[in-house]
Design a binder for this molecule. Sequence first.
Ligand code: GTP
Ligand code: MG
Length: 347
Amino acid sequence: MSATAQRQAVSSADTVIAGPTSSAVVVRPIGDMQGGGINVSDIKKLEDAGYYTIGQLLQTPKRTLKLIKGLSEAKVEKLREVAMKLDSRGSVFKTGLEAKEARQAVVSITTGCTQLDQILGGGIETSALTEVFGEFRTGKTQIAHTLCVTTQLSFASGGGQGKVVYIDTEGNFRPERIEAIAERFGLSSMETLDNIIVCRVYSHEEQIDVLKPLAALLADPDQGPIRLIIIDSVIALFRVEFSGRGELSERQQMLGRYLATLVKLCEEFNVAVFLVNQCMADPGALAMFGPVIKPVGGHVLAHASTTRVMLKKGKADERIAKIFDSPLMPEDEATFRITNGGIDDPV
Ligand code: GTP
Ligand code: MG
């Protein structure tokens, strides 16, 4: 794809977030509520709190909205009333056929490996959280880097025609790797890097706080569509900063709220979320019956992730991916290879 075509591919977003064959997902900005009698200062308060669309507002319980400084109970009622009138998502009840139609907007982004795409049902899906976990050097960060590039490919080439946000909690993002992978896919390395927004965070608080400007980015029509959010890794900072059993429930509550916000964002903006997770030994597992490792994060992460993939080392540069939990796909395995050009088919 030429550099111009690439730029066009990622800058044609507007507020319509389209899928490859869809009926687009229409995102209605919160500013539209002004016409319904909500004043500018209340809209500003909502934006400052990270709410940029009417859909986001309706996804949020009233008790949470009441915590926003300057919003009284009566005002929250009024906001919801106006938002419901302007809601563009149609009836809360949908037929199976309508649900099928809505899923036409979902984009599957290629991982760079045919077999891995196949076991995932086509690739990493938008409007869903895909989690990978595995021991060190199993390729989690390499898959993330490959997705940074493939997300920018055209729909016809298995891409998402969009930009990427990389939330880096461990200092793992490497522009040189992106350049090498972009070259493999015939993309301009400068353009490709320009379409990746990297955000290095150092504490779990920063990781959580970044959700607000992230929502602003997703809602910004000048940004072009953001199709993928990578969080590498989702839990490392939480694990370091909360220690011992005594702090576990507080940690899980915070993680749960964080993930719930991510789930809402990915559905509202039809964006894929790729979570890198850590693993631990599973003392209850017998090697001959299955995995001897399990993902960390407990039920909170298990419930938030749509699809969970376990990674294992294979021989030399080969790695094995196994579907651990999916609403749609069987527990298949795929072999992929880590190469200079990113994740690839085995030889
Ligand atoms: P942790 O973050 O430590 O948990 O590991 P990870 O699962 O994120 O591992 P990562 O994705 O970083 O994969 C590391 C593996 O990729 C190592 O085996 C490296 O040798 C390999 N690798 C990294 N860069 C390159 C490269 O440019 N070319 C090739 N061929 N392999 C690479
Ligand atoms: Mg890594």
